[in-house]
Design a protein around this ligand. Structure first.
Ligand code: CO8
Length: 255
């Protein structure tokens, strides 16, 4: 249900369940998680791009698969919990390249990534309320932080107010909009730029930015300063600063 490829130090994971608009069924998520775990522990990979098709990034969790699920089963098995753990554990940066529908779990999947690029026709929405349920993997939390309370409430409570790519850009949910056919290449270009930096400082930078969502300002600044100081224990900091002083390009060794 997915395709994977590598381009230099960049891995690309493409959701490939076109007939169901990449609806996120259990099998698809297992494949995604396996691939992400593999790339996260591969020293030859520095960043990952996650994408779907031009019609759909993902139209949400698979409604047909989950429609008969019962609360006790969901609770006991922590339904959806294990699906999203790998993504939140990812230490390497992951860029979502979103063309077409990113609805429900699809929108949440994009928001679990570190950077989102949108194709011009992308649609972001949380339609769960129309199914008698609510978002279950960050739609009430990450979306609210990204677009603000009023817009998030409108989207989550009506299930029909969606964001276009331009609206998503204006609100800060995504950081760039590209023509659909150029989107993945643009995401790969950015991923390659990141993957060419020193891998240790990239991971530390990702950790530090993510703490901005978890910590008070003073604790966050403390966390950031400690990691900043720690970068001076790496070969890449020595190389990066020496290269600057010697007016040459750095050769990072990711150590
Ligand atoms: N689940 C299962 N099948 C789906 C889904 C889905 N979410 N979305 C589309 N499909 C299937 C359709 O049933 C259809 O299958 P078939 O050809 O066998 O009838 C096929 O994909 C094509 O879909 P449509 O014919 O409906 O295509 P349209 O272009 O007419 O419409 C839409 C596209 C608007 C995207 C429409 O398909 C739609 O509304 N889909 C459902 C969107 C939705 O409600 N998503 C939220 C699902 S609930 C959820 O995501 C909970 C999140 C929990 C956390 C997840 C963890 C990451």
């Amino acid at each position: 249900m997915i395709k994977t490829e590598t381009q230099g130090r960049v891995a690309v994971v493409t959701l490939d369940r076109p007939k169901a608009l990449n609806a996120l069924c259990s099998e698809l998520f297992h494949e995604v998680n396996d691939a992400l775990a593999r790339f996260d522990s591969d020293d030859g990979i520095g960043a990952v791009v996650l994408t779907g098709s031009e019609r759909a990034f993902a139209a949400g969790a698979d409604i047909k698969e989950m429609k008969d699920a019962e609360f006790i089963h969901n609770y006991k098995t922590n339904f959806l919990g294990h699906w999203v753990e790998q993504l939140s554990r990812m230490r390497k940066p992951i860029i979502a390249a979103v063309n077409g529908y990113a609805l429900g779990g699809g929108c949440e999947l994009a928001m679990m990534c570190d950077i989102i690029y949108a194709g011009e026709k992308a649609v972001f929405g949380q339609p769960e309320i129309n199914l008698g349920t609510i978002p279950g993997a960050g739609g009430t939390q990450r979306l609210t932080r990204a677009v603000g309370k009023s817009k998030a409430m409108e989207m989550v409570l009506t299930g029909t107010v969606n964001l276009t790519a331009q609206e998503a850009l204006a609100s800060g949910l995504v950081s760039a909009v590209h023509p659909p056919e150029e989107l993945v290449a643009e995401a790969i270009k950015t991923a390659a730029k990141i993957a060419a930096k020193g891998a240790v400082s990239v991971q530390m930078a990702k950790e530090a930015v993510n703490q901005a969502y978890e910590l008070s300002l003073s604790s966050g600044l403390h966390f950031e300063r400690r990691l900043f100081q720690a970068t001076f224990a790496t070969k890449d900091q020595k190389e990066g600063m020496a290269a600057f002083a010697e007016k040459r390009k750095p050769k990072f060794v990711h150590e």
